[in-house]
Ligand binder design. Structure first.
Ligand SMILES: [Zn+2]
Length: 489
């Protein structure tokens, strides 16, 4: 059996920013553009739904087509809303009623802009500036950089703060990308997760690299009874890990195969594999050859997500992480962060020391350079939100200030877990890169110390394998000698 969940196109609906032009175009095609009689109400001073009435006082030298184009409507639109008008006898100061689109303003370059492409997968959209919009917010809502918006709107160059509400800006967007949602802080598009049998909140959170409380905040109805999820229910989520479609398949148990091996094969936890069986499997340790299990596996990426491009950037307002009690630092040129990130590092280290006595100093590595920007060999560390931290080590290497590989016998599991947890407990961590082998040791330690399965499932990618991104603590090559914390902006 193979079932596929239908994709949900919640792009324009969820974000509400761009995409409003379609409404306008629809009205145009269905009504005025075809020369049909306008609704009576328009002539009486009101406009059809989706349009806004404005009075235009004719200025010297204006023609009807000039006026129409200024409001992004056709000449026949203007004629329709002004039935007594004689286009050949326009008078200066004459008042005309224009029904302009409520979400669009004048767009002389509308048709040419629509066709214009920008880059291989790009598409130009027009954004009408709303009250209170800023260029950086607009850029974020389309998942593009502020610089690219400025580059396309020459009038703003040198003075990006001079945008007016009602003004039209051209934005080059990735045509395949969904629009970032306001409820996701304009960081990602909103995704609708369809609950499959066996799903539970911690597991769903880990799929998208978010915390359980993030899901409950976005789905207030669920907060009353988080354990009651029905297959087919939809939850909204701001995914930090790009969403994938899921297929249900049947796995036929082969001779000698164990339950744990099957879970590993499909990159799921044993707990989830058991839940997929919906109570039809009593004892996972007694599998029979030929027995059939149900598994929901990940399929292709849901289009429109991914590549958030938040590794690049600059650090406009940076502060230097000061030297302090209980930690060592890199040279001053390499430890600039956002004021909040620097405070969070200090908070985490402080909290760690409030609960631990003895042991080596914490090794705080690179953050960002002053002003941010590229920081080779790092891919990120550009915006003051990333910090490298050494694992706590034991034995002869414990006081070594350079990062050392945290292999068996060298990693101080207990202290390293406490340090990682101090960072997680700031509540402002987007993700932490930790080598998979280290994840296993930390996970097993935390598990033994009574950390709940829900919390472990939510936080760690382990034991689902490192092929698939899951959880807040995830594998990334090169993180055996330090972990990398990305804070939320
Ligand atoms: Zn790093």
């Amino acid at each position: 059996m193979l079932r596929r969940l239908a994709p949900h196109d919640d792009r324009a609906a969820s974000a509400g920013l761009p995409g409003r032009g379609a409404h306008w175009l629809f009205a145009l095609l269905c009504g005025f553009g075809l020369g049909l009689a306008p609704p009576q109400s328009a002539a009486a001073g009101q406009c059809p739904k989706g349009r806004r009435a404005v009075n235009h006082d004719v200025a010297a030298g204006e023609t009807l087509s000039k006026i129409a184009s200024r409001y992004g409507v056709s000449v026949s639109d203007v004629e329709a809303t002004n039935p007594k008008l004689d286009p050949r006898k326009l008078q200066i100061g004459q008042r005309l009623l224009v029904c302009k689109s409520a979400s669009k303003t004048s767009s002389p370059s509308k048709s040419s802009a629509k066709k214009k492409r920008c880059g291989r997968n790009g598409r130009i959209v027009e954004h009408e500036v709303a009250k209170g919009d800023t260029v950086s917010e607009i850029a974020r809502s389309y998942g593009v950089s502020e610089k690219s918006v400025l580059a396309r709107n020459s009038g703003l160059q040198g003075n990006p703060n001079k945008i007016r509400s009602g003004q039209s800006l051209l934005v080059c967007v990735d045509a395949s990308r969904a629009v970032n949602a306001k409820s996701c802080g304009y960081r990602t598009p909103l995704h609708r997760h369809t609950v499959v049998p066996g799903d539970y909140i911690a597991e769903i959170a880990s799929r998208y690299g978010v915390r359980r409380k993030d899901i409950l905040r976005l789905n207030p109805k669920l907060a009353k009874n988080p354990n009651y999820l029905r297959p087919g229910n939809e939850l909204v989520v701001c995914p930090d890990i790009p969403p994938r479609y899921r297929n249900e398949i049947e796995h036929t148990v082969r001779s000698g195969e164990t339950f744990g091996e099957i879970a590993k094969r499909y990159d799921v936890t044993r707990r989830q594999l058991l839940r997929f069986q919906r109570g039809r499997l009593d004892d996972p340790s007694k599998l029979r050859t030929g027995q059939r299990l149900r598994v929901w596996v990940d399929a292709g990426l849901v289009p429109g997500f991914g590549a958030y491009g938040d590794d690049d950037g600059v650090l406009k307002v940076g502060v230097l992480l000061p030297k302090g009690y209980g930690y060592t630092t890199k040279p001053a040129s390499l430890r600039w962060g956002t004021p909040r990130a620097v405070r969070l590092i200090q908070t985490a280290v402080g909290k760690y020391w409030s609960k631990n006595r003895g042991g080596p100093k914490i090794h705080v590595g690179d953050i960002s350079r002053k002003g941010g920007g590229p920081f080779p060999p790092h891919k990120s560390h550009q915006t003051g939100l990333d910090v490298d931290v050494g694992y706590v080590l034991k034995g002869p290497l414990r006081d070594e200030t350079r990062f050392r590989k945290a292999v068996e016998g060298v990693l101080d599991v207990e202290r390293s877990w406490k340090l990682l947890k101090a960072f997680l407990d700031t509540g402002r961590v987007r993700y932490i890169f930790v080598d998979y082998s280290v994840q296993q040791r930390l996970y097993e330690y935390a598990n033994k110390r009574g950390v709940s399965e829900d919390t472990l499932d939510e936080l760690f990618q382990y034991p689902r394998g490192k092929r698939r991104a899951r959880g807040i603590v995830r594998h990334w090559k090169g993180h055996l000698d330090h972990f990398h914390v990305r804070f939320k902006g």
